[in-house]
Write a protein that binds this ligand. Structure first.
Ligand code: V47
Ligand code: SF4
Length: 401
């Protein structure tokens, strides 16, 4: 039983809309024509949630049918201390007390990897604060160590912010730095650090870290070297709809040149434990609108991910009617950046079986993917007939629990 069934765009347009400009844009979406930035903005400002859901769902089903992907991964955050001062972040050097911090050494990181021995996880996601001692050579050793333990594991690691700092301190170019990390086992880049590309907003919320031009250059270089990457957008703080469209437009342009982005991930700003706690959080309706406009506007980025630990399980279920076709992974409870900022899930962890059920409960077809969207297992309807039980060796245990 689907908890929200989006209207069918074809049916909606058969009857016609009571709004000529929205009808014109919706017909463009129906014909798979690219939206201009002005049209994207118009949707944010004028389209109701029902129409946005119908449009986003049409695009999602054209690209992926009913399939919603997830992967089996775990996160490592080597430190929650940071030299930078992003106003929205609880790891900022101006908010984080040193005694609340952790700094892992190489053995501690490898110990986490060992905990997953024998488990069919396919990816490790490494993102954390930025510290001088965690430099390029050190991370090279960490990657080598992980690969020695688990050659099969895909390492998705380091935001452009972490990379810019590492490369600058090591006095290497972006290309040299990326080549070095790839030679040690880096497989792809996560999408973090993008925040909002508009330079004025960036100056207000994260003035001292990697700027927009460098973020885009790092991803473009990675794509040219053959690596895939993701892109995030931190929304729901001081930015306007125009800033969100501008952000997506810059990604769309880069993607036209390289084709290297796999996934777009809108990240809802959470307001606890940071210097922007006075800024109210967005409503669920606003979140769903943002996913839907992103799905319709970013016609050249194949996947749209809802990061469920941030949104909560039920909202993540709803997003699947607004363009989302990926719910990230099983994860475990070692990711703290969101729980500290007030995310819905304080100890984010779902077994494979739970994720499969969560997707199926809204009428979608779950498929486990690897990092690069190869299908590891398509959970067809037969599992329902067997009582919805995944084989026990398919279930990822919560690390440390
Ligand atoms: O860039 C920090 C965000 C990002 C807050 O590629 C916050 O699969 C909301 O890179 N409220 C890092 N967001 C996370 C990241 C990521 C996450 C999930 C999937 C992938 C992927 C990458 O976390 C930062 C920043 O935008 N963040 N503080 C906050 N208060
Ligand atoms: Fe540091 Fe990243 Fe937090 Fe900014 S968002 S303070 S760079 S951990």
């Amino acid at each position: 039983m689907t908890m929200f069934e989006p209207a069918n765009l074809d049916n909606l347009l058969d009857f016609g809309l009571d709004h000529p400009e929205l009808e014109r844009i919706a017909r463009n979406v129906q014909r798979a024509e690219r939206l201009t930035p002005a049209e994207g903005l118009y949707l944010f400002q004028n389209a109701d949630l029902g129409l946005l859901g119908a449009m986003a769902n049409a695009v999602r089903e054209r690209l992926h049918g009913d399939v919603t992907y997830f992967n089996r991964n775990f996160h490592i955050e080597p430190t929650n201390l940071c030299v930078f001062d992003c106003k929205f972040c609880s790891y900022s050097r101006l908010i984080k007390q040193k005694d609340e911090g952790w700094i892992m050494d190489k053995d501690q990181i490898l110990h986490i990897v060992r905990r997953y021995e024998g488990q069919p996880v396919t990816e490790v996601h490494i993102v954390g604060g930025v510290l001088p001692q965690m430099n390029l050579a050190w991370f090279g050793e960490v990657l080598e160590g992980i690969k020695a333990l688990r050659p099969d594991l895909h390492i998705k690691g380091f935001t452009a912010v972490e990379l810019e700092y590492m490369f600058r301190k090591a006095k290497v170019s972006i290309e040299e730095g990326l080549r070095f990390l790839m030679s040690k086992g880096l497989g792809s880049l996560p999408g973090g650090g993008a925040e909002i590309f508009d330079e004025t907003v960036r100056q207000e919320i994260c003035a001292d870290k990697c700027n927009t031009a460098t973020w885009l250059e790092i991803h473009e270089t990675a794509h040219k070297l053959g690596m895939k990457s993701n892109a995030t957008m931190l929304y729901g703080h001081i930015e306007t709809y125009a800033h969100r469209i501008d952000h997506m437009q810059r990604l769309r342009e880069l993607q036209d040149r390289t084709g290297g982005f796999n996934t777009f991930i809108p990240l809802k700003f959470r307001n606890q434990g940071n210097q922007m706690s006075h800024v109210a959080e967005t409503t669920l309706i606003e979140d769903l609108k943002t996913y839907a406009v992103a799905r319709v506007f970013l016609d050249n980025i194949p996947h749209l991910k809802a990061y469920w630990p941030m949104l909560g399980r039920e909202s993540a279920q709803l997003t699947q009617a607004f363009g989302v076709n990926d719910l990230d992974g099983t994860i475990d409870d070692s990711t703290k950046i969101y729980s500290m900022a007030g995310s819905e899930e304080q100890n984010p962890s779902l077994s494979t079986e739970e994720l499969v059920e969560l997707i199926r409960a809204v009428g979608r077809r779950p498929a486990e993917r690897d990092t690069l969207y190869g299908t590891v297992r398509d959970y067809a309807d037969d599992l329902v007939e067997q009582g919805s039980k995944a084989p026990s060796n398919q279930t990822v245990q919560t690390a440390g629990a």
